[in-house]
Design a protein around this ligand. Structure first.
Ligand code: ZN
Ligand code: ZN
Length: 80
C-alpha cells in the first residue's frame, strides 16, 4: 500500500510558490475539504471522486498549499 509522506508525516515536502518562490504551507489533502465526512472515508475511495483520475493510477496525493505572502492557494500532486 502506498502512503503519502505528507499525510503520514514521513518526511517534509517543501513546495515553493510559483509567484514569489517562498515556501508554502501544507493545508492537507484537497479531498478533506470536500465535506465534513471525507476525512473519515477511505483515501482510495476519495481519490476516485476527487476529479483527478490520474492520482489513483499514479499513486499521488493531491494537496492544497497556501502561500501566506501571495495569499494564493495551489494544488500540488504529492507522489506516494
Ligand atoms: Zn497526502
Ligand atoms: Zn507566493
Amino acid at each position: 500500500m502506498n502512503v503519502c509522506p505528507l499525510c503520514n508525516g514521513l518526511r517534509r515536502v517543501t513546495v515553493y510558490c510559483s509567484y514569489c518562490r517562498q515556501p508554502m504551507e501544507d493545508h492537507g489533502k484537497v479531498t478533506d475539504y470536500f465535506d465534513d465526512y471525507s476525512p473519515y472515508m477511505d483515501a482510495d475511495v476519495m481519490k476516485l471522486v476527487d476529479g483527478y483520475l490520474r492520482t489513483y493510477t499514479n499513486h499521488e496525493c493531491v494537496h492544497l498549499f497556501y502561500c501566506p505572502t501571495c495569499r494564493e492557494e495551489e494544488v500540488r500532486f504529492i507522489k506516494e
